[in-house]
Design a protein around this ligand. Structure first.
Ligand code: AMP
Length: 504
């Protein structure tokens, strides 16, 4: 095969006049049209001097054209590097410099801020706006609607996705064609996607979830996507009756649950709701099923590995777990200090091996060697355990582990108890510096609506279920938890905010 990823996902649709993308205003784009645009964009990238293996940085709004840029990179053998539009010029400068991208595509509105950055990094600047206009689109329009696909092999790079960097410096995860293709095939078959499916797509496409999980599966299956620029509750509710499936982060589901319009009638056509990218409360799962009759399928993945595990399509979807390893993906739980495999039921590092696991971090051989073992197992940095039926449960991030007076404390255990308390919507448990214990436990609570929380009572209740060393030394309330674009709670921001609580 000349270009495994392009030939499998895209080439099959040349001349296919069925709808690939449907926009909120009703406009539709066929597969055939999408591939003509892709060919023009690929032609332009080549004309701009990008060679196979070069990097293209893209910081633009979600649009069909933005997705066609990804496709054109695959066709021209260029490494696609999408960036969150929320990044500042300073941050973009780091990504350009680190990746060595030679072209940056941005929104016209950002030209003033980004052109000095592009100049410093010797990158050419082109524009592509949310409505599909811009210098890049203008130039591409004059080019042929066919392009000679560049030959690639499965081990060649397809994309750099910078890790969301909730701690430390963001790292460029090098993803190969083979990584993306193997995962799309595994997920399409596990979740039973077909050309009849209509996916409600409200995720961003600078992240693995919306870009690879959602879009690659639909391209492989030949289905249709209702392509929304972002998650807007009214738009999602308006479109749900026209969809068969939706993929989301947990906040999509909590927001839907907060709206009385969510009911069984709204979702009669839906055969699958998927959640991932951040932990979903077991309570959300239960409430959603109660209200709609649909059991959300939770899966687990990350930028570096694509998707690793999934609750079953057929069979029990167990709330609070992320299910079983996908076909051809191995999972093991290991001791953080010795690296030895632990028996089922014990908490340790989650390690993953398979065709889905990335090639390493760009320009960071030492970091790669620390996290990617010679035998192919990747140390995810997540802590988990496997229950007696083989379901994987994530108990937190390694760096979120609290060590107080020499004892290990897993925040999740305390969060689960706090979440059960009256009027608690959600919680986050963190470790903060303490003069005696090194670190101690602080529970951050968010109240449900306008309800006041009885912190004293909550404290007494949870103490009953926890060993003394795990007792939060302080419970505090906030209006909401700080989250990043994918809905992940930013515990480092909370740790910073409360770092002096016991030091003053
Ligand atoms: P990212 O690379 O931005 O996709 O973040 C990956 C991280 O998100 C993982 O290492 C986990 O910590 C977290 N994550 C993803 N899916 C889940 C899930 N279903 N439950 C809990 N955490 C998750």
């Amino acid at each position: 095969m000349a270009n495994p990823l392009f030939d499998t996902l895209f080439e099959q649709h040349v001349g296919n006049d069925t709808v690939f993308l449907q926009l909120p205003d009703g406009e539709t784009i066929t597969y055939a049209k999408f591939l003509q645009t892709t060919a023009q964009y690929a032609g332009l990238l080549t004309k701009l001097g990008l060679q196979p293996g070069d990097r293209l940085a893209v910081q633009i709004a979600k649009s069909p054209q933005a997705l066609a840029i990804y496709a054109s990179c695959v066709q021209a053998g260029i490494v696609f590097l999408p960036l969150n539009p929320a990044y500042t010029a300073n941050e973009v400068s780091y990504f350009l410099e680190d990746s060595g991208a030679t072209v940056l595509i941005c929104d016209q509105k950002q030209v003033e801020a980004l052109s000095p950055v592009a100049t410093t990094c010797s990158a050419a600047l082109e524009t592509l706006n949310a409505d599909g206009s811009g210098t890049f689109a203008d130039k591409a329009q004059k080019l042929p609607e066919v392009y000679d696909t560049v030959a690639r092999v499965a081990d060649d790079l397809a994309a750099f996705l910078y890790t969301s960097g909730t701690t430390g410096r963001s790292k460029g995860a090098m993803l190969t064609q083979g990584n993306l293709l193997s995962n799309a095939k595994a997920l399409m078959s596990e979740w039973q996607f077909t050309a009849q499916d209509v996916l409600l797509h409200a995720l961003p496409i600078f992240h693995t979830h919306g870009l690879f999980v959602a879009s690659n599966i639909m391209l492989l299956a030949g289905g249709k996507m209702i392509f929304l620029p972002k998650f807007d509750l009214d738009h999602v509710i308006a479109q749900l009756p026209h969809a068969t499936t939706m993929m989301g982060v947990p906040t999509f589901y909590t927001r839907l649950l907060s709206d009385p319009r969510l009911n069984k009638a709204l979702v009669t056509h839906m055969r699958l709701f998927v959640s991932g990218s951040a932990p979903m409360l077991a309570e959300t799962h239960v409430q959603f099923e109660k209200r709609t009759g649909c059991s959300i399928l939770e899966r687990y993945g990350m930028t570096e590995t694509n998707m690793n595990t999934s609750n079953p399509y057929s069979g029990e979807r167990r709330p609070g777990t992320v299910g079983f390893p996908l076909p051809a993906t191995e999972i093991k739980i290991t001791d953080s200090n010795t690296g030895e495999t632990l028996p089922d039921g014990e908490i340790g590092e989650i390690e993953v091996r398979g065709a889905n696991v990335f090639k390493g971090y760009w320009n960071m051989p030492e970091k790669t060697a620390e996290e990617l073992r010679a035998d192919g197992f990747f140390i995810t940095g997540d802590l988990g355990k496997i229950d007696q039926d083989g379901y994987l449960q994530i108990v937190g991030r390694n760096k979120d582990l609290i060590i107080s007076g020499g004892f290990n404390i897993y925040p999740k255990e305390i969060e689960l108890l706090l979440d059960e308390e009256e009027h608690v919507l959600e919680s986050a448990v963190i470790g903060v510096p303490h003069p005696d214990f090194g670190e101690t436990v602080v529970g951050v609570l968010i109240a449900d609506g306008d309800n006041a929380l009885d912190l004293e009572k909550i404290k007494i209740n949870i103490h009953k279920s926890l060993a003394r060393f795990k007792h939060p030394q302080r419970l505090v309330t906030l209006p909401e938890l700080p989250r990043n674009a994918m809905g992940k709670v930013q515990k480092n921001a909370l740790r910073k905010r409360f770092e002096k609580l016991f030091l003053e």
